[in-house]
Design a protein around this ligand. Structure first.
Ligand code: ZN
Length: 372
């Protein structure tokens, strides 16, 4: 194997990233080296690409250069001496929350929010490259029936599934509000449908993405830019026998969306909090929205290791969910700028963008999607 590879590297604390030749990552004893088949662009990558205040505070210019990317599927080409479970030739995706196995929070089962956690492509070099390296402990072996362009989206699909299912997985026959029309909201609509949610309300504002939400299974869609909070409330109450929704997924992070969720969830219902506000802290109606309502609030940071992966694999491999409508663009990795441009455009005309280091992989994926 050559010692050098191509990668999308953040070099400067400003908009953009560079296509560079960098060293193939070194293998540590309990890590594996993976040849990337497909990688997808996450909202987090867009934050870093733009180098917004969050990136500056979270990563810091002093840690550049750093390879972007964390959502990925690839083939293991080398394993460290200490690896026991993962073998050369395995097709894997990476759980991007690289946990510290000795941390108490992790030992208590909450690996996804453990202390000393490092996030692939945020705290380490990422996967927008020909190769990347991760600890064996966060490798998820993919079902061979799942093609790379779907295997790579298991990570964000995991955010969606964890938000939908909560801690108790008690969603069948219930009603759910999902706010937003970005990729995770759209995946959440699909997971909710697959897991038996009886009535799905989606709040969004971009026609292109709301159309995808409809394909994923939303029953009722409300455009937040064309309605008032009062109108939205009337609609949801009218369609839930005046009760409110059992579960509300907050996936935007705006004041309006947060207010909608705490207002429209029924008494003793659940709000799953995923959206990240650009201004924090934000006011919420703590007494009426949470205390007097007996509302459960569920913070979603990542996925459950590896319960969410297991469920998603089963949903995908058994064709219980079809995430294809959410995949709107595919490019070679070298064309990453086109991918980021599609993600940055407003009004939105993209959801998930997949990048392929090899042209042949891109061609094969396009064939599976029935595009030229
Ligand atoms: Zn992500």
């Amino acid at each position: 194997m050559s010692e050098k590879m191509n990668a999308v590297v953040k070099t400067k604390p400003e908009l953009g990233a560079d296509w560079l030749q960098v060293d193939v990552p070194e293998l540590k004893p309990d890590w594996v080296l993976v040849k990337v088949k497909a990688a997808s662009i996450c909202g987090t990558d867009v934050h870093i690409y733009k180098w917004d205040p969050w990136s500056d505070a979270r990563i810091g210019a002093h840690n550049l250069p750093q390879t972007l990317g964390h959502e990925v599927a690839g083939e293991v080409v080398e394993v460290g001496k200490g690896c026991k479970r993962i073998k050369v030739g395995d097709s894997i995706s990476a759980e991007t929350h690289i946990y510290d196995p000795g941390d108490l929070t992790s030992l208590l089962g909450a690996f996804h929010v453990g202390n000393n956690m490092k996030i692939l492509g945020v705290d380490t070099n990422g996967s927008f490259a020909e190769y990347f390296a991760v600890p064996e402990s966060v490798c998820w072996v993919n079902d061979t029936s799942i093609p790379p362009e779907l295997a790579t989206i298991q990570e964000p699909l995991g955010n969606a599934a964890y938000a939908v299912l909560g801690e108790d997985n008690d969603v069948a026959g219930k009603t759910m509000l999902i706010t937003g029309d970005g990729p995770i909201s759209l995946f959440a609509v699909g997971v909710a449908r697959a897991c038996g949610v009886a009535r799905i309300f989606q709040f969004g504002k971009y026609d292109f993405n709301m159309e995808i939400g409809k394909k994923m299974g939303a029953d009722y869609q409300i455009w937040t830019n064309k309605t008032t909070a009062k109108e939205r409330k009337e609609f949801v109450l009218d369609h839930t026998d005046g009760f409110g929704v059992d579960i509300a997924l907050e996936m935007v992070g705006s004041q309006d969306s947060i207010d909608d969720c705490f207002d429209l969830v029924r008494k003793a219902g659940r709000v799953s909090a995923f959206g990240i506000p650009s201004d924090s802290p934000l006011p919420i109606d703590y007494a009426n929205g949470i205390v007097f309502k007996g509302c459960q609030v569920h913070g979603v940071n990542g996925r459950k290791l590896f319960d969410t992966w297991y469920r998603n694999k089963n949903l995908l491999a058994n064709l219980r969910i079809d995430p294809k409508p959410v995949i709107t663009h595919m490019f070679t990795l070298e064309d990453y700028k086109k991918g980021f441009d599609a993600m940055l455009a407003r009004p939105r005309f993209s959801a998930k963008v997949i990048l392929f280091p090899e042209q042949a992989e891109l061609d094969a994926a396009k064939k599976r999607f029935g595009i030229e």
